[in-house]
Write a protein that binds this ligand. Structure first.
Ligand code: ZN
Length: 146
């Protein structure tokens, strides 16, 4: 560093700031900068958990949680917990239109098309959902009859 400091003198010749003072001030600033900015290698890398926590903090759209299993459910895609019955059930419950469409395809004998469009697992889960709903309906009818 070849920076030079000179005494600062005002128009009346009075010394406002000496070179030594300026140098001290400059060194002070340097110290502050060095102390407050940690060196790159001193900062531990963020862990996956921390990144997830940060993401949660900044993502404002929270997916609804299925009460039965406490899994988060993204209604814009098929359930992430592929083998969780509760997730699938909640998913179908929240997609009345799709369920209705599937039922129409099913009654007109287009099950193969459902599998082709959505996959075997989806199809199986949907059948499961429909039979549960049918059971519930039957129970309701039985209860009303008794
Ligand atoms: Zn679940």
């Amino acid at each position: 560093m070849s920076e030079q400091f000179y005494d600062v003198v005002d128009s009346t010749g009075e010394v406002l700031e000496t070179a030594a003072e300026q140098l001290a001030a400059a060194e002070n600033v340097e110290h502050i900068v060095v102390d407050s900015i940690p060196l790159e290698r001193e900062r531990p890398p963020l862990s996956i958990g921390e990144i997830k926590k940060l993401r949660k903090q900044y993502v404002t759209v929270q997916h609804p949680r299925v009460i039965a299993c406490q899994h988060e459910l993204n209604l814009n895609a098929q359930p992430t917990h592929r083998n969780c019955e509760s997730c699938w059930f909640a998913w179908f419950q929240n997609h009345g239109e799709i369920v209705q469409q599937l039922d129409e395809m099913h009654t007109s004998g287009n099950d193969a098309a459902i599998i082709q469009l959505q996959g075997k697992k989806f199809y199986r889960r949907w059948r499961q959902f429909m039979s549960t709903i049918a059971q519930w309906k039957q129970q309701e009818i039985d209860e009303q009859a008794s």
